[in-house]
Write a protein that binds this ligand. Structure first.
Ligand code: BG6
Length: 482
């Protein structure tokens, strides 16, 4: 049990991303986005990273689960009513860039796309649910990849600025909380999702990854500028993937390796977006890849912009921890959230091999708060599992309740440690398509959606056991986790 009360205005809720649940991939003028051409199945990243991957649809060969999602586009009222029944204080979702600018470089926004988000936001507000919007969540308009080569191209800064300007202007009086890029640092491992770079169009060259990051840092600062000029009360955050990283043992060599991995994997992007300047270790990080600052296309005006418009808070996802070990090679390995690694003998793993570590969340919160002293928002956390619907259309997902309970206890302990935590939005509060594998059968939700890995099913929604459990957690403001 936690010892400290959660703050009165703590933002309990849930999180999703447009491309993983909306479906309706070509409706009302939406253009194709990157996830629309990602095949379903565990091999999706391997396919995307083939040298001859052509970023095109091959419906004769593959099934594309993001085309259908959970058909939230036509069920959003029903879904938000269920979130309201759980007592959500907030709902984190993303806007599909290609609904607003179908090609990414269009002159005018698509009014039908904006109307959909008008309705979605109003539906949240009807239930006093605070919308929390991710401006770009792994859904780059495809045309910006095929025509411009993804985020390594500086032109994307202008396209993003126009898109951000459009949605911030339209919604700033209804939406206070925003995030500029989902898991911006995940490009360390899989630049395809956040930067539109695969091995086929430049991901093998680390220079492109760092250039893309720089371009995104500038774009993010521009979004903060636009938002604050519209309303100084808007809260605009970054969003990073955080995997608490331990040294395998007390060997100083492994400790140094863990320190370096933390810098590169966990901190680099947030250091720039939160502090407003590149960290002191930037040159040594670049040197690891035989790069130096002069290899990059950047201006003093861009660095000034980054310095002037840091983010207001730090959103982050936390699913698992990782272990660093460089002195031996014969360890067991495990899978993970866009990264695998050495097995930690003290931890259990999920059905998908991710190492479950609630104490690692407490450590993450302390590490981030001690480093930045800015409010923290846990905008993703949860257990991807095989759920089985019983004869009564019910899932007794005690394993998920156990996972979430332990992580909420860890948040309580971090509050005791003095960390400023704004809120908690478990991932996939309603079952949706997995980002890494395109599977529906990897389920995170409090709400079961009757759809399978091949897009078959009734798409009916059913409450799992965790639905009422989470409702009681929210009603008690985190004091009743039984
Ligand atoms: C995060 C992403 O990495 O993890 C989400 O922001 C994703 O988009 C979530 O869905 C869980 O990962 P997965 O691969 O299980 O869907």
């Amino acid at each position: 049990m936690t010892t400290k009360q959660f703050p009165e205005n703590f933002l309990w809720g849930g999180a999703t991303a447009a491309n993983q649940l909306e479906g309706a991939y070509q409706e009302d003028g939406k253009g194709l986005s990157l996830p629309d051409i990602l095949p379903g199945g565990k091999e999706r990243f391997a396919i995307v990273n083939q040298d001859d991957f052509d970023f095109a649809l091959h419906e004769d060969k593959y099934f594309y689960p993001n085309h259908i999602g959970i058909d939230h586009y036509h069920h959003f009222k029903e879904d938000i009513a269920l979130f309201a029944e759980m007592g959500f204080k907030c709902y984190r979702f993303s806007i599909a860039w290609s609904r607003i600018f179908p090609n990414g470089d269009d002159q005018q926004p698509n009014e039908a796309g904006l109307k959909f988000y008008d309705a979605l936001i109003d539906e949240c507000l009807k239930y006093h649910i605070e919308p929390v919007i991710t401006i770009s969540h792994y859904e780059l308009p495809l045309h910006l990849i095929t025509e411009y080569g993804g985020w390594k191209n500086k032109k994307l800064i202008d396209f993003y600025e126009k898109y951000a300007q459009t949605v911030l202007t339209r919604y700033h009086d209804k939406v206070k909380y925003w995030m500029t890029f989902n898991e911006i640092n995940s490009a360390v491992h899989f630049p395809i999702m956040s930067q539109g770079l695969s091995d086929a169009n430049g991901a093998k060259d680390k220079k492109n990854i760092f250039q893309a990051w720089h371009n995104q840092f500038v774009a993010s600062a521009k979004a903060v500028k636009i938002g604050h000029e519209l309303d100084s009360h808007l809260q605009i955050g970054c969003m990073i993937l955080y995997a608490t990283t331990y040294s395998y043992d007390a060997n100083p060599v492994n400790q140094v390796a863990a320190m370096k991995t933390n810098q590169e994997n966990n901190f680099f992007c947030a250091d720039v977006q939160v502090r407003g300047h590149y960290p002191a270790y930037t040159s040594s990080l670049l040197a690891k890849y035989n790069l130096q600052p002069s290899d990059f296309d950047y201006t003093q005006a861009e660095l000034d912009l980054i310095a002037q418009y840091p983010v207001d808070y730090i959103g982050f996802s936390y699913y698992m921890s990782a272990v660093e070990e460089v002195t031996q090679t014969d360890h067991d390995t495990v899978n993970g959230n866009l990264m695998g690694g050495v097995r930690n003998p003290f931890l259990q793993t999920s059905d998908w091999g991710w190492q479950i570590d609630p104490a690692g969340l407490r450590i993450a919160l302390n590490q981030l708060y001690n480093r930045y002293q800015k409010p923290l928002f846990i905008v993703e956390n949860g257990l991807g599992a095989h759920d089985e619907l019983d004869a009564n259309n019910y899932v007794a997902d005690d394993y998920r309740i156990d996972y979430l309970r332990k992580h909420i206890q860890a948040i309580g302990q971090a509050l005791d440690d003095g960390v400023d935590v704004m809120g908690y939005t478990p991932w996939g509060c309603i079952d949706l398509v997995s980002a890494s594998t395109g599977e529906m059968s990897k389920r995170y939700g409090f709400i079961y959606v009757d759809a399978d890995d091949h897009g078959q099913g009734t798409f009916n929604r059913y409450k799992k056991k965790s639905f009422n459990w989470y409702k009681q957690v929210i009603a008690s403001n985190g004091s009743n986790l039984d």
